[in-house]
Design a protein around this ligand. Structure first.
Ligand SMILES: NC(=O)c1ccc[n+]([C@@H]2O[C@H](COP(=O)([O-])OP(=O)(O)OC[C@H]3O[C@@H](n4cnc5c(N)ncnc54)[C@H](OP(=O)(O)O)[C@@H]3O)[C@@H](O)[C@H]2O)c1
Length: 268
């Protein structure tokens, strides 16, 4: 039996016209590419930053397709009041939110040799933040009897251990709390997806591999390249297709999954 009489075209499946997407850390290295992907696909994008001017500048830099409108809001996801205020500001500005991209992240840089309990917990706090915002989106769309879509940004470092040789004698290793965070985010995705499937809310995770920005130690980057099956690091635009797949109707039968874009790193 056919569920739909009209079979959507590929263009329709990836089209975000009429949808509103909220993205945390929307002006960051990868967040900028994600925000552009959403806007280029026709969404109205609410760019969240801890700094209002940065959020506004990020929103103003996005392409506008059709009647879409972009907005900037202040949102520090580690602070409850700021999270509530930021989500409400997004609703007030855009009228609704259909898609949440939990992308923002910060934590102490110390590695496992000297990380304190507080350093470790500074990473885990991003997982609590992803949950709190995800539940706000879920409650909002259920209240509207609408569909909701949540994309968590995970990491290959939530799936595999660090590559010690890349950091040895050069820079601090990838923080142990970051590994605990990203492994937790990938698994929380499954848990929320199961509980919210009946609410018409899908939850998926996008796990990037190595996408170092231009400020990181270049010797470390060279070492990472020797470990990458494709022999190079990823560029932010190479995540746009995967993000759009998860954020759009193209993935309407996909929930609770972790989509990995890592140049083959986790396939060794
Ligand atoms: N780059 C990679 O190689 C890589 C690999 C795997 C996974 N990832 C993941 O991809 C995501 C983006 O990383 P990125 O490389 O683009 O890093 P980034 O440039 O540092 O961006 C992270 C963003 O998070 C926001 N942020 C920090 N603390 C926040 C808080 N308390 N509340 C809300 N937002 C906060 C910051 O925005 P404001 O300063 O504007 O608030 C910042 O722009 C992260 O989740 C990261 O773990 C990155």
């Amino acid at each position: 039996m056919s569920l739909n009489t009209h079979e959507p075209t590929v263009q329709e499946l990836f089209d975000l016209t009429g949808q509103v997407a909220l993205i945390t850390g929307g002006t960051g290295y990868l967040g900028t590419a994600f925000s552009h992907a959403l806007a280029e696909a026709g969404a109205s994008v609410v760019v969240a930053s801890r700094t209002q001017t940065r959020a506004d500048e990020g929103a103003a830099s996005l392409p506008v397709v059709g009647d879409a409108k972009h907005f900037g809001v202040t949102l520090d996801h580690k602070n409850d009041t700021s999270t509530k205020d930021g989500f409400n500001a997004a609703l007030e500005a855009a009228g609704q939110v259909d898609i949440l991209i939990n992308n923002g992240q910060s934590g102490a840089a110390n590695d496992l040799t000297d990380a304190t309990r507080e350093d470790f917990e500074s990473h885990l706090a991003n997982a609590s933040a992803y949950f709190v915002l995800a539940r706000m989106l879920r409650d909002h769309v259920v209240g509207r009897s609408a569909a909701g879509n949540i994309v968590m940004i995970g990491s290959m470092y939530g799936m595999v251990a660090s590559y010690p040789d890349a950091y040895d004698q050069l820079v601090a290793a990838s923080p142990v709390g970051y590994h605990a965070l990203k492994g937790g985010v990938i698994h929380m995705t499954r848990h929320l997806a199961i509980y919210w499937a009946d609410d018409n809310v899908r939850v998926n995770c996008l796990s990037p591999g190595p996408f170092p920005n231009e400020n990181v130690n270049q010797e470390m980057v060279a070492r990472l390249c020797t470990k990458s099956p494709l022999g190079r690091m990823g560029l932010p635009y190479e995540l746009k297709g995967a993000l759009l797949y998860l954020a759009s109707r193209a993935s309407s039968y996909t929930t609770g999954q972790n989509l990995v874009v890592d140049g083959g790193w986790t396939s060794w």
